[in-house]
Design a protein around this ligand. Sequence first.
Ligand code: GDP
Length: 209
Amino acid sequence: MISSTQTRKPGHLPYRQAKFLCGATQHARFPSDQGREVAFAGRSNVGKSSAINTITGVRALARTSKTPGRTQQINFFQLDEERRLVDLPGYGYAKVPESIRQAWGTMVGNYLHKRRSLQGVVLLMDIRRPLTTLDRQLVDWCRAAELPLLAVLTKCDKLSRARARTARRETLSELNESGHEEEVTLFSATQREGIEEVRQHLDHWLSGE
Ligand code: GDP
């Protein structure tokens, strides 16, 4: 059988085919660690579900991650047999008890360090408040695990063009002041901005080309 990787046109991964596969908190319950996957991370309410839905073109896809019982899980979405998108639980919600906060850290930290099929992380941050302490923690974990990272500034429609560009420039220099070369993209689900940039990164990470 010819694999879909060989028949696929460059730059056209089957995002619209994305389907919920499973949600889990433990390594043993994750899908088999084969093929390639990209994870989405960010604070609660940053616009992560809206971004996943917009990028895949499947309107209610990430709503699955918001159903009761699934919000603290790592949720896996399958694109095809070899590729997945992964929705990491949102963090930074003030009312979450300390025990859940710690469980989040252990689960997400372990996932980022141990998951061999993980090819890259999309870190979503509200353009009006990027690089909070927990965002930086995530950046540090990705760097420690040598995972490529794309920073996405969400809800950029909330700022004027000029302010959005300034926010991007500032985030870029803060992020890369230690000599790293991570990219920063402006994104708006409501204005459908930045979708192509994010898809290009996903295409690259998920196809290995
Ligand atoms: P999540 O908790 O990170 O999954 O965030 P959601 O996708 O549920 O979005 C949280 C809130 O932000 C909702 O009220 C959305 O309507 C709003 N939101 C999401 N994306 C955008 C965007 O691009 N622009 C604006 N203005 N609001 C957005």
